[in-house]
Design a protein around this ligand. Structure first.
Ligand code: MG
Length: 182
């Protein structure tokens, strides 16, 4: 059962995702978490590097939707400082379907064409796995967490440790490798 918490891919950061290969293999929509995925939770503005990444991804043909469990003001302000994207969802209550469903509607994307990218196993990965997206776990950009997140990190570390040792990880790597080569 713990396997529902295992990502399809675990990488260092949003900058090390093999986007080109994802694109070639039919993923054309990216749902990005914000807090600790793009910037630390207490940083209000996107960095130049985030803006450049989003510009590049849009040029590559990706539709981007920000899907955050954060508050409206925080998310709207952050998105307003980014290059234009398909849309955003605040208070998404990941891992529930509520927000990701909204994001699917905004982007008019089908689950198989979506990758969700985030730093948390219990929100981002679980939401993606439940919805049938390709799920990418990234390392948190900062050690600083909101209290509710901080409480989950120790359990998360156990899950990630198990994942790294698991057959599922090897299986994922194999499947993904074949998927990329096909
Ligand atoms: Mg996050």
């Amino acid at each position: 059962m713990i396997e529902i918490l295992y990502p399809d891919m675990y990488v260092t950061s949003v900058y090390s995702v093999p986007y080109r290969r994802l694109r070639r293999r039919g993923i054309d929509t990216l749902f990005f978490d914000v807090d600790n995925t793009l910037v630390p939770h207490d940083v209000k503005r996107p960095t130049k590097r985030v803006a450049a990444l989003f510009r590049r991804l849009t040029e590559m043909g990706f539709k981007i939707c920000v899907v955050s469990n954060g508050r409206r003001g925080r998310v709207e302000r952050f998105v307003s400082l980014l290059p234009p994207i398909a849309g955003y969802v605040y208070f998404a209550v990941k891992p529930l379907f509520y927000g990701v469903k909204k994001a699917c509607r905004i982007t008019a994307a089908s689950p198989r064409s979506i990758a969700i990218i985030g730093d948390q196993v219990f929100t981002d990965v679980l939401a993606g796995r439940r919805a049938g997206f390709f799920s990418v776990l990234v390392r948190p950009v900062s050690e600083r967490d909101e209290l509710t997140t901080a409480l989950k990190r120790p359990v998360e570390r156990i899950v990630i440790k198990k994942y790294r040792r698991s057959k599922r990880r090897r299986k994922n790597a194999l499947i993904f490798d074949r998927y990329l080569r096909a």
